[in-house]
Design a protein around this ligand. Structure first.
Ligand SMILES: [Zn+2]
Length: 301
């Protein structure tokens, strides 16, 4: 009886040892994962596809939130202090990022430092780069290259993994690039007008041969002038443009004025500055590009 009791105690101790050891191992593997911080959801998703499960990737701004003039919170700062690298878009997209990084100790990777800009040609923003380069799948491929190269320099032991993941992801982007080209090639010349709220489609328009028309150049609704509104209405009427669009992070109120004045349809919300929530139509960068293509196709064909 005593022997049996000793055996049971021993068995329990062994169990306890293994349970604790396993727990510790799993905690260690969690803490081993490094943390990459992105400025907005689109960038976070691209990075996630490059680093996969080997790193934790988070975005400062959440889905649906306006990014240009976001105001970081104290908890953003606490979160950020644990990251080893902060990735932002640049070209003046994140008005808040300079101040945000000034007190934090991490590497900063700004995608725009390795991109060719398209400059804004109007008003207050004249001569400044348009920040929304990711909206063109062709440029999205460049984002992947920049992320793979820069993160490989920071973590050389992961180079192969990043390169392999990057290639798989770029193949998916190339497919969407081809779909955009095919759509525009099949679209009558006089229908190649993309009328949006914000001038966020310059890179897409340039890369695929669309004429871009917008109500304000960069996300600041106060920039709508009666002159620009009148010009847009006149153009939509003159060219008989079938549909106009707006972006998911801004109000479509002004575009509805164009709709009412011209008889054009409201084609829907396009995603640019933010992904949708998880159950929305654009919960990944690839999903966002596909959604935009689908909406534009439906509105312009
Ligand atoms: Zn924007």
């Amino acid at each position: 009886m005593k022997k049996r009791h000793t055996f049971l105690v021993l068995a329990c101790l062994i169990c306890l040892f293994f349970t604790t050891a396993c727990k510790r191992t799993s905690n260690n593997s969690e803490t081993k994962k490094e943390f990459v911080l992105a400025s907005f959801t689109v960038l976070a998703d691209i990075i996630r596809n490059v680093v996969t499960d080997d790193f934790i990737v988070k975005s400062i701004t959440k889905p649906g939130v306006e990014v240009h003039a976001y105001k970081p919170t104290p908890s953003d700062l606490i979160n950020a202090s644990e990251a080893f690298v902060f990735v932002d878009n640049g070209f003046g997209f994140e008005i808040w990022s300079e101040k945000f990084v000034s007190n934090l100790q991490f590497k900063r990777l700004t995608i725009a430092n390795d991109l060719d800009p398209i400059f804004i040609t109007e008003d207050f923003y004249k001569g400044k780069p348009n920040p929304h380069a990711w909206i063109s799948p062709k440029r999205g491929i460049l984002y992947v290259d920049i992320i793979v190269k820069s993160l490989s320099e920071l973590r050389p032991s992961k180079r192969e993994l990043f390169e392999r993941n990057g290639e798989i992801y770029k193949n998916k982007l190339s497919k969407i690039d081809k779909d955009f080209k095919l759509f525009i090639n099949n679209l009558e010349q006089d229908r190649r007008y993309l009328v949006t709220c914000e001038g966020a489609f310059s890179y897409l328009a340039k890369d695929y041969g669309l004429n871009e028309v917008y109500l304000w150049p960069v996300n600041a609704e106060s920039q709508i002038t009666p002159k620009r509104m009148a010009r847009t209405i006149s153009l939509v009427k003159k060219k008989n443009i079938p549909s106009v669009f707006c972006e998911s992070t801004v109000s479509n109120e002004s575009q509805m004025v164009v709709v009412n004045e011209t008889g054009a349809k409201f084609g829907g919300n396009l995603f640019v500055d933010s992904l949708s929530s998880a159950n929305g139509p654009a919960n990944s960068y690839l999903g966002m590009l596909k959604h935009n293509l689908k909406i534009i196709k439906k509105g312009l064909y």
